[in-house]
Design a protein. Structure first.
Length: 257
């Protein structure tokens, strides 16, 4: 780890510590655990594909080799998560109700290159972003391996993957210093700002979704009932069955009845 990223590491570590009870709750349900592992498999595979693309784009031979190794690691992680998720699902009875809440914004997996457009990034900014992302993933996987201690097989998957994440975290910062010896600190701060902005957008989207659901519930239970009552009362005043047209309507040229 470099000096420039130690505050980030401390902040992440502190945040994971604060979130520990929530992680414990999120991972306590075995069905949710299995679903999350399968989701993590997708994000790891996605990150692997991005890195394979980055290896095609870079003109630096050493980085190309490292990106390819990194991509292979992420593909292996995807397979490990997938296998463990499926094994866990097979060992469980069918869930009583359809539970879809996975608290993904509270307990995400490795985000890799996330929404970054690999084509638009230069080596230094890509390495800075990757370093922060791998560092955050290492912090999270450490927390997850602790809270799933009651499920030793899942814990071992996290611990095995964690060793690779530590390598990813270290090689990205070492290479960043090599390709940007003068401004690697600036690159890290810019990448940090970009991650913060994306985090803000993720949380805002989740909050907006929750607020939208609350507003719809309020409309349904508070605004609609008075109209339903008025409609019922109006219907009660209407005569049932066939009604003779009123005298005014009978001779009207504007009515077809
Ligand atoms: Fe990974
Ligand atoms: Fe990784």
């Amino acid at each position: 780890m470099g000096q420039g990223d130690s505050p980030q590491k401390k902040a992440n570590g502190g945040m994971e510590w604060v979130l520990r009870p929530l992680h414990r709750w999120v991972w306590s349900d075995p069905h949710r655990r299995a679903q999350k592992l399968l989701l993590f498999a997708e994000t790891e595979a996605d990150g692997g594909r991005d890195l394979a693309r980055a290896s095609e784009l870079t003109e630096d031979g050493l980085l190309r080799r490292l990106y390819i190794r990194h991509a292979l690691d992420e593909a292996r992680h995807a397979e490990m998560f997938r296998q463990r998720g499926r094994a866990l699902l097979r060992s469980l009875p069918a869930p009583a109700g359809a539970s879809t809440f996975q608290a993904n914004w509270l307990a995400p997996g490795e985000r890799g290159l996330d929404d970054l457009r690999v084509e638009r990034e230069r080596d230094a900014s890509l390495l800075a972003f990757l370093h922060l992302s791998e560092s955050a993933a290492a912090q999270r996987f450490t927390a997850y391996s602790d809270v799933v201690s009651g499920d030793p097989e899942t814990r071992d998957v996290f611990r095995t993957i964690l060793r690779d994440e530590a390598f990813h975290m270290n090689y990205t910062v070492a290479q960043l210093k090599r390709v940007a010896p003068r401004n690697h600190g600036t690159k890290l701060w810019l990448a940090r700002g970009s991650r913060l902005w994306k985090g803000y957008l993720r949380i805002s989207t989740a909050v907006a979704g929750a607020m939208g659901a609350v507003m719809l519930l309020v409309q349904y239970f508070v605004l609609l009932p008075p109209f339903a009552l008025l409609a019922k009362r109006g219907a009660r005043n209407e005569p049932e069955g066939w009604a003779k047209p009123s005298r005014n309507e009978r001779g009207s040229l504007t009515s077809q009845y």
